[in-house]
Ligand binder design. Structure first.
Ligand code: SAJ
Length: 418
């Protein structure tokens, strides 16, 4: 039975974070208004359906929409709490400059309905200082309201930054159980946001200031990127020295204080491949390892492509099966995916020799338009293709026994068959 309550919450941006967050908040008893710029997204959610794949999300959204606790709309309406979860891409300047315009546009819309006592929380991954910039939009648009950090005495609204740290495929579980860092513009703001998250978060909620919370999120993803870059660099060294990198990592990880991550075809997704650049942009002269890690992980994609092309050229009669397009295992998300880039590049160069296997799609993404690549199932690929290029460690690929790979030339970029 779903619990009713009077707290109204508004979530701006109904993507991979905003929609699950809305649904979890609604299940906790908040009356949630989800806001998105896409009419199709709004209509889909109001039908009780979802536009993104995430474990158990469809059932939860259906339940909270049916119960009247979640509605979607194109316009922001008055609320008690506003959670902003819109994208922060790069600008088009080729310099990895963060583009916070979606946040500032969302802030302008919220400013129009803001009232005394409201709490605004930014969840989008953001460069340090963005929460203050958002506050400045409110200050400019609403001179009638006293803003935290800009007024003497008690401000009229609370403003905080609280990044998500959920893993795709485990979002509903991690939204509840992960610890959260909650950074207020002032300590009072942090306490107000804390009281809100306590409604549905079971993990520990640690309060700090907004700038530290912004940096914490970037550091988490940069830390992972640097560690993956170490593994990817090792794999390129191992290729040069004819070593089995998986064996070396397995053995090194038996040391009690060593934990090398796994090499792959590069780092994908909209977080780890993006967020470290926000640190580099903020401190270009200091962020050397972080910049190098990004370049190493991007470079790994070209290394894999060059090796795959060499195998294709050495076996001119063989068809090439590209196994997987997603940015990581067992999800349908192809954003910033090195596997997709490699397969598209091969399709452009080798035409109908290229067969793509991706159990998480029913048609080839538009990046393949104009190529003669074909989407096939795994059995057809195993029968037809003399080259197996494993790009994503989906469970369905892991389950292929050696005898089914037969005499095919195998390039396993994830080490699942080693
Ligand atoms: N990868 C490797 N080797 C590894 C681990 C990952 O090559 O050993 C690759 C994956 O294949 C993928 C990429 O890295 O291409 C990123 O995958 P991921 O599973 O490391 O992370 P994401 O992008 O799905 O989610 C990350 C998480 N951050 C951290 O683990 C520090 C998640 O907790 C964040 O919430 C999320 O970014 C986000 O939204 O920022």
């Amino acid at each position: 039975m779903l619990k009713k309550t009077t707290l109204n919450a508004s979530v701006i941006g109904l993507g991979y974070i905003g929609l699950p967050t809305s649904a979890v908040m609604a299940r906790a008893g908040c009356k949630v208004q989800g806001v998105d710029v896409s009419e199709a997204v709004v209509e889909t959610i109001n039908r009780g359906e979802v536009h993104i794949e995430e474990v158990d999300l469809d059932g939860l959204v259906q339940a909270v929409v049916n119960d009247g606790l979640l509605t979607a709309s194109l316009d922001v309406e008055p609320s008690d709490v506003f959670v902003i979860a819109v994208p922060t891409p790069f600008s088009n300047d080729g310099k990895h400059t963060p583009d916070i315009s979606y946040i500032l546009q969302a802030a302008e819309k919220v400013a129009g309905v803001l009232k005394k006592g409201d709490c605004v929380i930014l969840e989008s991954t953001s460069p340090v200082g963005t929460t203050e910039k958002m506050r400045d939009v409110f200050a400019e648009k609403r001179p009638d309201l006293a803003m935290p950090g800009l007024c003497e005495g008690t401000p009229d609204v609370s403003i905080a930054y609280c990044p998500e740290r959920v893993l795709p495929g485990r979002i509903l579980e991690e939204l509840i159980h992960n610890d959260r860092s909650i950074g207020g513009i002032t300590p009072r703001c942090a306490r107000k946001a804390l009281a809100f998250y306590k409604r549905f978060v079971k993990g520990e909620c640690v309060v700090t200031d907004a700038r530290s919370a912004e940096m914490t999120k970037l550091v988490e993803n940069a830390f992972r990127d640097v560690n993956i870059a170490f593994a990817n660099e090792l794999s390129m060294i191992a290729d040069k020295q004819a070593l089995d990198v998986w064996e070396v990592i397995r053995l090194a990880n038996r040391h009690p204080r060593v934990n090398v991550l796994q090499p792959g075809p590069g780092v994908g997704g909209h977080c780890i491949a993006v967020d470290p650049w926000f640190i580099v942009h903020g401190a270009p002269d200091e962020a050397n390892i972080i910049r190098q890690a990004r370049e190493t992980n991007d470079g790994k994609m070209h290394h894999v492509l060059a090796r795959a092309e060499a195998i294709a050229d050495a076996n001119p009669d063989a068809k090439i099966a590209c196994l997987g397009l997603a940015f990581k295992a067992n999800i349908d998300d192809f954003r910033e995916s090195p596997a997709l880039d490699i397969a598209v590049s091969l399709a452009k160069d080798y035409g109908n020799r290229v067969k793509v296997v991706e159990p998480y799609t029913s048609e080839l993404p538009r990046e393949f338009d104009g190529t003669n690549a074909e989407l096939v199932d795994i059995d057809e690929a195993l029968e037809d293709c003399g080259i197996l290029l494993l790009l994503v460690d989906h469970d369905v690929f892991k389950a292929i026994p050696p005898e089914e790979r037969g005499d095919a030339v195998v390039y396993d970029t994830r080490g699942v068959w080693s």
